[in-house]
Design a protein around this ligand. Structure first.
Ligand code: PGA
Length: 235
């Protein structure tokens, strides 16, 4: 089944997250897997308000140790205690602004999987890497550090398409997804300016197994429309 995941980034504190989750649980989301990833402080309220639904709650990052002297970090064990289902690791904003390396991201994924979380591992080339013809080299390097696992999916998010409105064409996404799967055989979500009006054509590609949605996931109507596109595509 197609997976549609909402990455809220540093948006929606507990009050806004609660309002969104209460409305989301009233939507018809049959035929699609849905996950929301609020900021840490809004995880508890999301877990509480989505309890009893099929909608999963994920963190946007996770530390690999169960506990320790790691100021500012949150462990997978703690997330599990809260009832959190999964975590995103390696988002390009973590790599770009917080210096996260492939190895660090791999540790996060490993620790989270060992603790029983579902993991979305993000990869993607920058505009200049693509312009230099290095896309496959970069994707291979980034995805090779992960190991296949039933609870692991990759999100292909070309950095030049994130928050820019410049979506990859469905053909370009398909090509990158097929390449990633040739290196690591796991489902691959597409991320980068996914909107209701491009979701159908992206999700129609044979190797696009879902979407990781940023900006368009902050609005209930547009996120629900993307979820419905996900339900339509495999039905
Ligand atoms: P966007 O973000 O949909 O706003 O481009 C996607 C992401 O960063 O996960």
């Amino acid at each position: 089944m197609t997976l549609i995941a909402a990455n809220w980034k540093m948006y929606k504190g507990p009050a806004e997250a609660a309002e969104f989750c209460l409305a989301l649980r009233e939507q018809d989301l049959d035929g699609v897997n849905v996950v929301v990833a609020p900021p840490y402080v809004s995880l508890a309220v999301a877990v509480q308000l989505l309890a009893g639904t099929e909608i999963g709650v994920a963190a946007q990052n996770v530390h690999w140790e169960p506990e320790g002297a790691y100021t500012g970090e949150i462990s997978a064990t703690m997330l599990r205690e809260l009832g959190v289902y999964g975590a995103i690791v390696g988002h390009s904003e973590r790599r770009q602004y917080f210096g996260e390396t492939d190895e660090l991201v791999a540790s996060r994924a490993r620790g989270a999987l060992e603790a029983g979380l579902f993991v979305i591992g993000c990869v993607g080339e920058t505009e200049s890497e693509r312009a230099q013809g290095k896309t496959e080299e970069v994707l291979r390097r980034q995805v090779s550090v992960f190991e296949p696992d039933d609870n692991f999916v990759v999100a292909y998010e070309p950095v030049w398409a994130i928050g820019t409105g410049k979506t990859a064409t469905p053909e370009l996404a398909q090509e990158a997804h097929a390449f990633l799967k040739s290196v690591l055989d796991v489902p691959v979500l597409y991320g980068g300016s996914v909107k209701p009006d491009n979701a159908d054509s992206l999700l129609a590609q044979p190797d696009v197994d879902g979407a990781l949605v940023g900006g368009a996931s902050l609005d209930l109507e547009s996120f629900t429309e993307i979820c419905r596109a996900g339900a339509r595509i495999r039905s």
